[in-house]
Design a protein around this ligand. Sequence first.
Ligand code: SF4
Ligand code: SF4
Length: 257
Amino acid sequence: MFYIKSKRNATKRKVVFLQPDQKYMGILVNKVYNDFRYHEALKSCMNCGVCTAICPAAEFYKYEPRKICNIIQQQNEAEIEALLRSETIWYCGQCMSCKTRCPRGNVPGTLISVLRRVSQEMGFFSDSEKGRQQLAIKRVVGHSILNRGYCVHPDILDPDLHPEQGPVWAWFKENIEELTEKVGANYKKDGAGALRKIRQENLDEIKKIFDVTGASELFESIESFSKTKAEEMNLGFEQSDEYFMEVLTKNSNNHTI
Ligand code: SF4
Ligand code: SF4
């Protein structure tokens, strides 16, 4: 048992870090409760529903942050496992609107971050359509950060995969050097400016950050569990991008209300 000081009112708040030997504890509850973000994310939920009312994701998806807080608060391992295997935890847009309104100071959006991490670690993410997209995000955005130093970079955008952009991206990519110069960017060149080349020493530093924070390990976990799922689904994984394209493009249209 530990005590921390709340910055807001400078009073002591008791925080209990549950241990696996307590009889009601299971591994999932333990993982959630021992994530350092948990104690900011969920203090005590009274199920008022204000977070659901403000949540933009709840307006469109089969998603209620109130229900998620309730499931976690009840510590029911079976329900938590079902949640971690479901589509639900992937609907949150991480806008943090819920943080501004909760009368108890909870942050359901941060709780979602915790749950997503546990789902990734345990491989449960590969049981849902939205969860399986973790592989696409890892390979596209994650690799771009490591290899280029940018989350999103025009070089990784394939216009054929983004028909929603119309012909604009194709035109931009065909004329990228001329267009980036016109807007004062420094496309893939040394020195300062938008889209500049990121130096290798900086990329090495990013890799080190990924290694020490556990992000590299999480990447390996996503690859490994995705490979297992690809085998289950009888889709090519290493020799072809069949599974990757499946998770990137599949939409069952069964997510919205
Ligand atoms: S607004 Fe806060 S107290 Fe109300 S249901 Fe959401 S998390 Fe619980
Ligand atoms: S952070 Fe997630 S749960 Fe919170 S309001 Fe935004 S979409 Fe909803």
